[in-house]
Design a protein around this ligand. Structure first.
Ligand code: SF4
Ligand code: SF4
Length: 203
């Protein structure tokens, strides 16, 4: 098919212009690619802002966040493990995060990897156990976070008060060792709701 001369000129014009103008496409891979700030990339936990409450795991539609509690370990911990190979980057975990900053979708866009470890990422939070039955109460950070928000109301619950004030050295061990009324002293303990009910009615 013969191309009209005018059309040929237009093609030549375009070819010359693109030869001397900036490339329309980006210079990847010579220059690293930076995703836009609103890009929903790989979710990452932020240790200092996460309290281990598991809300992110509960709302995750693909079930890609595992919650592993190890109460029998020397230092009892809760592990939150994100499996990126199952993540759909919907952003629900970030949207529903209790502290709003515990898990954030980064702008990491390169999801390739060779081993399964490259697709997992997680954090550990120290667990608080009931001093009576040894059952799991919550991560320590979660109780401290709660106490901060409750302010003086934290004194209404001995568990919250003990966790938050022991670190400030406002409460010492003596408060839990009332030899005169040992049964009553049990009430000033870190306890799960079930044990607290029992000790409150028997002490
Ligand atoms: S981005 Fe969506 S799929 Fe991925 S971990 Fe968060 S809630 Fe789950
Ligand atoms: S604080 Fe946020 S990131 Fe941490 S466990 Fe709770 S919901 Fe998940």
């Amino acid at each position: 098919m013969k191309i009209p001369a005018l059309f040929q000129l237009r093609i030549l014009n375009l070819a010359l212009r693109s030869l001397f103008s900036r490339a329309y496409t980006m210079d990847f891979p010579r220059k690293p690619f930076e995703a836009r700030p609103e890009f929903r990339g790989r979710p990452r936990y932020h240790e200092e802002d996460c309290i281990g409450c598991t809300a992110c795991a509960n709302v995750c539609p693909s079930g890609c966040i595992d919650v592993i509690d190890e109460p029998a370990a020397k230092k009892p911990v809760r592990k939150l493990v994100h499996h990126h190979d199952r993540c759909v980057q919907c952003g629900q975990c970030q949207r529903c995060c209790t502290t709003e900053k515990g898990i954030i979708l980064s702008n990491e866009w390169n999801f390739s990897g060779y081993s399964s470890e490259e697709f997992t990422h997680g954090i550990e939070k120290e667990l608080l156990l009931c001093e009576v039955c040894g059952g799991i109460l919550a991560p320590k950070d979660q109780i401290k976070w709660l106490a901060e928000r409750l302010g003086p109301l934290a004194f209404c619950n001995p568990t919250v008060m003990l966790v938050s004030h022991k670190e400030l050295a406002v409460v010492d061990e003596g408060i839990q060792k009332n030899t005169e009324f040992p049964e009553r002293a049990k009430r000033i303990n870190i306890q799960c709701p079930h044990c607290r009910r029992k000790t409150s009615f028997t002490a």
